[in-house]
Design a protein. Structure first.
Length: 279
């Protein structure tokens, strides 16, 4: 999601005003559903995740693979929506159904060429999108669930802003030039610092039991996970030879191009809350 070098963003052809407008529209719907009803939020995010799955399906098929997308959708539905009602057991059930369905589909597949790679793409799609996104259900199930969902998204966004601002001014040392040439270690440090600051200033005063030390840790963990999520998507796009995984969001590309960092931040925040024994 993050880009910490403006010249590269310009070369990528992004229309910044359109990108900002699209981002604000998505943020408005997200916040509106977040404060209204958990099921509305899950329904909205579920639609976005479904689009993301089909973006990956299209990208993989363009590379000659044949992922079993119906299996991903079915198992993903169990993981994403079931987790809010039944907790981590729904995640486990969804993963088991995914494996069983993928193997059964592989056995019945008539075209045996690149079968193992297609099954790998199937598993990657399901774990990458609905499984990681299902941690939103675990967060929502907590007493302060809505705040924690907001926190995960906010920290990922603050990491993006901090990486952009610091990388623009001070970025010199490339972080992963063969994967994402625009990213610098200076930008990474700026993103982590911004997320840690947000964890203390914005979250600690409003979340019961969340002190400044926990806010710092949540910020750092979410920023690291968000950066890895962004690099992971860049890595896959480079391997597939595509600039964006979709075009549904004006100025941004596809859903995965916008949500790559956030869906990595969700499990990190959820797991850190468990480690910190926060309600």
């Amino acid at each position: 999601m993050s880009v910490d070098n403006p010249p590269s963003a310009g070369k990528a052809g992004r229309n910044l005003p359109v990108a900002i407008a699209s981002g604000l529209a998505l943020a408005a719907v997200f916040l509106g559903t977040l404060v209204t009803n958990p099921w509305l939020l899950l329904g909205f995010i579920g639609i976005l995740m479904g689009i993301a799955v089909f973006e990956l399906d299209h990208a993989f098929r363009g590379h000659g693979l044949r992922p079993l997308t119906p299996v991903v959708v079915g198992a993903g539905f169990v993981m994403f929506f079931g987790t809010y009602r039944s907790g981590a057991s729904a995640q486990t059930l969804g993963l088991v159904l995914l494996l069983f369905g993928a193997m059964a589909g592989g056995v019945l597949e008539r075209d045996r060429s690149r079968l193992a790679q297609s099954l790998g793409a199937t598993m990657l799609m399901a774990v990458w999108v609905p499984f990681l996104a299902s941690f939103m259900g675990l967060l929502l199930g907590r007493p302060n669930g809505r705040w924690y969902v907001f926190a995960a998204v906010l920290l990922a966004v603050m990491n993006d802003i901090g990486a952009f601002a610091v990388g623009m001014r001070f970025g010199r040392h490339k972080m992963a030039p063969k994967v994402s040439p625009a990213k610098s270690w200076e930008g990474f440090a700026g993103g982590v610092a911004a997320a840690m600051l947000a964890g203390v200033v914005i979250l600690s005063p409003f979340v019961p039991g969340l002190g400044w030390a926990q806010g710092l840790l949540l910020g750092a963990g979410a920023a690291i996970a968000a950066t890895l999520g962004d690099l992971a998507e860049s890595m896959v796009k480079r391997d597939l030879g595509v600039k964006d995984l979709g075009r549904i969001i004006p100025g941004h590309g596809g859903i995965m191009d916008r949500a790559d960092a956030i869906i990595f931040a969700l499990p990190m925040v959820s797991l850190l809350l468990d480690v910190l024994r926060l309600p």
